[in-house]
Design a protein around this ligand. Structure first.
Ligand code: AMP
Ligand code: MG
Length: 493
């Protein structure tokens, strides 16, 4: 099954540094072949950036790699072991339907995980079939690429191959495999697993691996404990990431600790969605009845998850338990400051504000309150302000909004930067389009039900640069018709 020719033609340069960790952390096995592999979408730009040859990747033998029927030379497929808190309950998990092929060494000196998702059963599959359905894999492709377009750290989607085999969920669906690319697939749950199932030395090796892979940079100072440093750096990246989600109205939907990366990338696009109407209580996932992962709870859940990481790292933070807890608490207490500073500076940019005034926070809160009261569309409110069309917010007749506009204008006129500079800042900070649920559903229906990929290609092209404000994007900025909402996402992916 291992094929050296494909490796050379397609440009695969795979290594497996993860596979050199103690065997506790994975099970080595190959993907389960499928009957009729067919490439349905390939990310040419990403392929090229990874040093892969998009033309060669379209050849059937190369496509076989994306479906799990062949493995390119250098790959050492393995399922990663991890644990996680799912909706607050601790469980042993692991890649139940995914395999890490290896890490691609990229032309710019990077190292990126290449993972097949939907590639068959593994020792961690529990009752699952190890497979994935075409619709949800295309959904992950669209939303992850949209997040990348928005400039938000995320795993990427290299390709989707259909398998020619059915998968059984509530309905019978077409099977597919997504090739996912990530800085790494290390999760908070990987550390929870190490802390629970490994020795102190195995936990330390994992922490060293994470530092080397993601936090090499200047690294910890000579006097600094390396693992306090690791915890703090992960916390900083997650605070920045979640602030970015809040700023674009993204709701992850399933912020379990196994779905939170150590790298600070967004991962696992299951029941996620962008909100249309601004409502902080928005939750899309059909299984999140209590709204644990609602929009407004995301920062709080972020720090809750980081506390699970801190707990897992305790034996490395200090030899004395009490001291270790103190160190962990001190780091965790920094989350809100980091989050607030990213969120506030992001909001200032969305409103074209340079510098800082003490009243900025109140100005932002007042706008959000008005948006909530008047059921304004989150993205389009900022888009309307960017375009200088406040009436297009739908709040043109609201006196309190008129007063808010005056206050905002006052704030803008007190800064030395020009109006043009403000507008430019707003354009760079407020997307003209987001992957609206009705548009995503429309693209998925065309692809999965009619094998028509043109709708999805058009959607991907307008989402590639959401800050372009191009004429083609206008139709995609429309919120859904009233009958299309409220939207629900389902977990049966
Ligand atoms: P997720 O909700 O995608 O984060 O997955 C949670 C856990 O369930 C992970 O361990 C997955 O590998 C596993 N899982 C999800 N779907 C399947 C499936 N169809 N077969 C086996 N394992 C699965
Ligand atoms: Mg997951």
């Amino acid at each position: 099954m291992i094929d050296e020719n494909i490796k050379l033609e397609a440009g695969w340069r795979l290594e497996s540094s993860y596979g050199k960790l103690p065997s506790l952390f994975y099970s080595k096995l190959g993907p389960s072949p499928v009957s009729e592999p067919e490439l349905v979408i390939l990310n040419d730009k990403l392929a090229s950036a990874m040093g892969l040859n998009p033309d060669a990747l379209r050849g059937q033998e190369a496509v076989d790699v994306f479906a799990g029927n062949r493995v390119p030379g250098g790959a050492e497929p393995l399922a990663q072991a991890y644990a996680g808190h799912q909706f607050g309950h601790f469980t042993m998990l692991g890649d139940g339907r995914a395999l890490l092929l290896g890490e691609q060494l990229t032309p710019d000196g990077g190292r990126l995980d290449v993972q097949l998702k939907g590639s068959g059963r593994t020792p961690y599959s529990r009752g699952g079939d190890g497979r994935a359905a075409l619709g949800p894999m295309l959904r992950e492709y669209i939303i992850s690429e949209a997040m990348h377009g928005l400039g938000i750290p995320t795993t990427r989607s290299l390709a989707v191959a259909s398998t020619g085999e059915p998968v059984y969920r509530e309905d019978m669906l077409q099977g597919a495999v997504l090739t996912r690319v990530a800085a790494s697939h290390l999760r908070v749950g990987t550390f929870q697993y190490a802390a629970g199932a490994g020795t102190a030395e195995e936990l330390r090796l994992l922490a060293e691996y994470a530092i080397e892979r993601h936090y090499g940079g200047p690294g910890p100072g000579p006097e600094e404990n390396r693992y306090v440093y690791l915890l703090r750096e992960v916390l900083k990246r997650q605070a920045a990431l979640i602030a970015r989600w809040q700023l674009v109205g993204f709701i992850h939907g399933v912020m379990n600790t196994d779905n939170m990366t150590i790298s600070g990338e967004t991962i696992d696009y299951g029941p996620c969605a962008f909100m249309d109407t601004y409502d902080p209580a928005t939750v899309f996932s059909s299984i999140d009845a209590n709204g644990r992962y609602a929009y407004r709870n995301q920062p709080r859940i972020g720090v809750w998850n980081l506390a699970r990481l801190a707990e897992s790292l305790l034996p490395l933070l200090h030899e004395d338990d009490e001291q270790a807890v103190k160190l962990a608490e001190a780091v965790l207490s920094e989350f809100n400051g980091h989050f607030q500073s990213h969120y506030l500076s992001g909001m200032r940019a969305k409103l074209g504000l340079f510098g800082e005034e003490p009243e900025d926070e109140a100005l932002i809160q007042e706008l959000l309150k008005l948006m909530e009261e008047h059921c304004a569309d989150y993205t389009n409110t900022f888009r309307a302000l960017t375009l200088g069309q406040p009436a297009a917010t739908g709040m043109g007749e609201v006196p309190a909004f008129g007063q808010w506009l005056e206050k905002w204008q006052g704030r803008l006129s007190r800064q030395k930067e020009t109006e043009a500079a403000s507008r430019e800042l707003m354009r760079r900070s407020n997307p003209a389009v987001i992957p609206r649920n009705h548009r995503v559903e429309e693209a998925l229906a065309a692809a999965a039900e009619r094998s028509d990929y043109a709708v999805m290609e058009r959607l991907l092209s307008v989402l590639a640069d959401p800050y372009a404000y191009s004429p083609e994007q206008e139709a995609y900025a429309e919120p859904p018709a009233a009958s299309d909402s409220p939207y629900q996402t389902y977990c049966g992916t």
